[in-house]
Design a protein around this ligand. Structure first.
Ligand code: GAL
Length: 634
């Protein structure tokens, strides 16, 4: 059984040193186990180049450790100090318009800048040498939120140079690159890799293959940047190395970064995300404004469990209003507790609140903490105490394989971002709609990467919008004896964004071909005979496979051979509910219709029930208050 724990993010450099012991004591009294520090402290560790001031950090680690806390030490590379820019004036990322992303906040670096990379290697080496064997430092965090504030794609000279090298590695010759990208079109052919530019500032859209190569390259640069730090740390410590990812952020392949790390973590801001990035209707936003979307947190928990190969944390948990969303309401009483328990039910080893005390200065002064700026308890503190007490009587929360698997792939998100064909064909929205549909049927779900996944333990597998299906996945589906749903728009492109011939979906055994596609503008739809409609996207199909759903005018709307189904459209909510129900019935997966706002999650022993509603709800025989959490042996 894995021990679950709470923690908090703390910035000793923000507070007078005489307050540290009291802070540490209160953290321990609250029942917190972990404290993450250091990730933005470079200007205090090295105020001028090569003048190192680590003594204060030594003392901070001692104070926290002596109070019984375990330290997660962050590398400070997300916030290069001002002198770094004097030393490396070309280290900034450039946006797609060629404008520098300047100093004065954070993440002002280009992942491809070799000089900055060296500085990072140096500071991480110094930290690792000094604290790698420190008994209080029991985990490390690399950098902070790679990609935050849209910082993965950079159009700098450094990026251009690195991209040319990357292309030379991948394609070996300009002729091969020209062939792969189809550069004969519009006379875009190159005679030399030195002629290859970045896909910005073109007159009209760049070649999608060029754009896709740049997305793959940019993701690889993040992997490489992270790996440099990991390689240094591994030489000096055996403690687990973690990175804190974000919600709904897809600009690099998290599975690739995660492969070099021991634990995945993510930063969960349920109210901020509902307000600023889920594309929810105003009604939905109002209904859940103090609770967060009922499926968003769970989705990311399941995603990052996969990224961490089973080991994952919430590194930052919203404790009250944040400062960065368009509107920043306070959580309903009980939600700070609910969010933590939901994470544990999905297998989190730790949930750390962001942050200990609200800071009265600078950008995040309006962001709540567990304490107010004056040090008095903020509302979240009591809920953290409650969770800590409940963890003492910890129910067994070990995870178990879910009945349903959902495939998630970053490259598919890039492909449809580059070539949506209909403005609202958004990969994340499609996958998330399916995830939500499954949760509304009371299901627990495992999210799996497209490559290197094993389907054999599942009864039902969904593969929505997977632009390019890896050969291994295709072979597994061929052998799979459960029920699978592929599509829409799966196996629709080669890796180089070409339409494959034979035409999609080209699934072994399924005699069906996509002969044409159309995107549907808002309000337009293709009705289905059994109810509901396709929206956003519809594919015309031909072939001899069994047709198990038809459009209102009799065209194929779902095809099947054995347990393998192909879905040629984007189902609206009611069509999706019916289709998922039908697939679950066929797969022998038991379902139940969840009351509005109620969700469940099964562990190996328990069923956890969460009420995201703002009022009471009933689940089975149980009345749940708003923000209620309930668990029982299943
Ligand atoms: C995260 C970030 C933290 C802090 C927090 C505020 O994205 O990692 O440093 O800025 O948001 O909500």
């Amino acid at each position: 059984m894995t021990r679950r724990a709470l923690g908090v993010c703390y910035y000793p450099e923000h507070w007078p040193e005489e307050n540290w012991p009291d802070d540490a004591r209160r953290m321990a009294e609250t029942g917190l186990t972990w404290v993450r520090i250091g990730e933005f402290a470079w200007s205090r560790l090295e105020p001028v180049p090569e003048r190192l001031e680590f003594d204060w950090l030594d003392r901070a680690i001692d104070v926290l450790g002596e109070a019984g806390l375990k330290v997660v030490l962050g590398t400070p590379t997300a916030t290069p100090p001002r002198w770094m820019l004097d030393k490396h004036p070309d280290m900034l990322a450039l946006d797609a318009e060629g404008r520098p992303r300047g100093f004065g906040s954070r993440r002002h670096y280009c992942f491809s800048h070799e000089g900055y990379m060296k500085e990072c290697r140096r500071i991480v080496t110094l930290l690792a040498e000094r604290y790698g064997r420190n008994p209080y430092v029991q985990a490390w965090q690399t950098d902070n939120e790679y990609g935050c504030h849209d910082t993965v794609l950079s159009y700098s000279k450094a990026a251009e140079k690195a991209f040319r090298d990357w292309c030379a590695q991948r394609y070996q010759s300009p002729e091969a690159l020209n062939r792969a990208w189809g550069n004969v079109f519009w006379s875009m052919e190159y005679a030399d890799f030195s002629q290859v530019g970045l896909p910005n500032l073109t007159v009209t859209e760049a070649n999608p293959a060029h754009a896709m190569a740049f997305r793959r390259f940019s993701s690889d640069q993040v992997v490489r940047f992270n790996r440099v730090q990991v390689d240094v740390l591994r030489r000096h410590t055996d403690a687990p190395i973690i990175h804190n990812y974000m919600g709904r952020y897809l600009d690099f392949d998290h599975f690739d970064v995660g492969a070099d790390l021991d634990i995945a973590s993510w930063d969960s801001y349920p109210l901020g995300f509902l307000s600023d990035r889920l594309g929810a209707t105003e009604l939905h936003k109002l209904r859940y404004m103090r609770q967060g979307d009922p499926d968003n947190q769970a989705f990311h928990h399941d995603l990052y469990r996969a990224v961490g190969r089973g080991r994952w944390w919430v590194m930052e948990q919203q404790p009250g209003p944040v400062n960065w969303a368009p509107w920043n309401p306070a959580p309903l009483d009980g939600m700070v507790r609910l969010w933590a328990w939901e994470a544990f039910a999905h297998g989190a080893e730790a949930v750390c609140y962001f942050r200990w005390r609200q800071v009265p200065f600078a950008q995040e002064q309006m962001h709540a903490g567990l304490l107010r700026p004056d040090g008095a308890p903020a509302p979240a503190l009591a809920e953290a105490v409650q969770v800590a007490e409940e963890l003492e009587a910890l129910p067994e929360t070990d995870i178990t394989t879910a009945p349903v698997a959902l495939i998630f792939d970053y490259a598919a998100a890039w492909a449809w971002d580059i070539q949506p064909q209909g403005q609202d064909f958004n990969y994340f929205d499609l996958v998330f709609a399916m995830y939500r549909g499954l949760r509304k049927l009371g299901l627990s779900i495992d999210i799996l990467p497209a490559d290197a996944c094993d389907l054999s333990a599942y009864k039902l597998v969904l593969v929505p919008g997977l632009a390019t299906m890896p050969g291994d996945l295709l072979e597994q589906l061929e052998r799979f004896d459960g029920v699978a749903l592929v599509g829409p728009r799966s196996n629709a492109k080669t890796e180089e964004i070409e339409i494959p011939v034979p035409l999609p979906p080209n699934l072994a055994g399924l005699d069906a071909v996509v002969t044409g596609v159309e995107s549907l503008s808002p309000g337009a739809s293709v009705g289905l005979a059994a109810g509901g409609a396709f929206v956003r996207w519809f594919e015309l199909m031909e072939g001899a496979a069994d047709v198990v759903e038809v459009t209102a005018d009799g065209r194929p709307a779902m095809l099947r051979v054995g347990g393998l189904h192909y879905l040629p459209g984007w189902p609206d909510e009611s069509a999706l509910a019916r289709i998922l129900q039908r697939l679950c019935d066929r797969a022998g997966v038991a379902t139940e219709n969840m009351p509005e706002g109620v969700r469940v999650r099964d562990t190996s022993v328990h069923r956890f029930v969460f009420n995201y509603g703002s009022g009471p709800a009933r689940y089975g025989e149980k009345d749940l208050p708003a923000a209620g959490v309930h668990w029982y042996a299943r």
